[in-house]
Design a protein around this ligand. Sequence first.
Ligand SMILES: [Zn+2]
Length: 66
Amino acid sequence: MCIICVDLEKGKLTPWEASRNRTEMLDILDEEHLKELDEKITASLKEYLIKLSIENNLESNSQFLN
Ligand SMILES: [Zn+2]
């Protein structure tokens, strides 16, 4: 775990901020952790988009779910 993971999990970073921070850590983090971080950023992005779509499209979402 690095500072980016920690902040992502605490919800202190948006996926975009995390992605930008990741590019600054490319030389510091090992390849394996960069992969792990990629997955966390992707998961965080999906979560963000799901929340956004629930907030903005409650009606169409409920139609979709039904
Ligand atoms: Zn990390």
